[in-house]
Design a binder for this molecule. Structure first.
Ligand code: 5GP
Length: 186
């Protein structure tokens, strides 16, 4: 098996070991708080949640279920991230079919690292003249933000270390872990 769990709150994926950072309980508690904040700001607006695939799909699916009013959901696929370091160019490879003009958008991202992905995507959305754009990122690596992007809601600020779980993968594995695990370096 390529992914194994051990009793010391570690998981082993291929050649790497990861330590539990946020348990499922901590994650769900935080997501509920984010959902409550979004309900407060967006109830009655029929917001369109835009989930950036693939990493944000788990977060987005939990987030919309704690949003307590009408909303719609769309998905966009941007270029992939290989290994444990950000790759170069970001491109939309699967777009949104909905008309965004005049809509209240909630962009759902798994993690902001350099900010390159969001920077690109938010510019792309602005061109379609939505009524508003609100960005929600489950995780943010604050010292690594090279592209300044507005992120209104953050789940957790974390260190500049590679993480897996809750939708985030290492080499395709680990997305199904209900908590978040941080790479043990060295
Ligand atoms: P950015 O464009 O902000 O540099 O990177 C954002 C994307 O890189 C995220 O959507 C995610 O796919 C990927 N990424 C950044 N840091 C990590 C990490 O620690 N773990 C995983 N699995 N992906 C990451």
């Amino acid at each position: 098996m390529s992914m194994t769990a051990s009793p010391d709150n570690q998981v082993h994926i291929r050649d790497l070991s990861f330590q539990l950072l946020f348990s499922e309980t901590m994650v769900q508690e935080r997501v509920r708080a984010l959902g409550a904040a979004l309900t407060e700001s967006h109830a009655g607006l029929n917001p369109l949640f835009i989930s950036i695939l693939s990493g944000a799909f788990v977060f987005a699916s939990d987030l919309i279920r704690v949003f307590d009013d009408d909303c719609e959901v769309g998905f966009v696929k941007l270029s992939s991230y290989k290994g444990t370091r950000s790759s170069g160019d970001v491109q939309t490879v699967m777009g949104l079919e909905k008309d965004l003009h005049g809509r209240h958008l909630v962009v759902v991202e798994d993690i902001v690292d350099t900010g390159r992905t969001l920077h690109f995507f938010l510019n792309h959305l602005q061109e379609q003249e939505p009524a508003s754009i609100t960005t929600v990122a489950f995780l943010r690596k604050p010292h690594a933000v090279e592209f300044p992007v507005p992120v209104e809601h953050i789940g957790f600020d974390i260190e500049d270390k590679f993480v897996v779980g809750y939708g985030l993968d290492y080499d395709g594995l680990g997305r199904n872990l209900p908590g978040v695990y941080q790479l043990i370096e060295g």
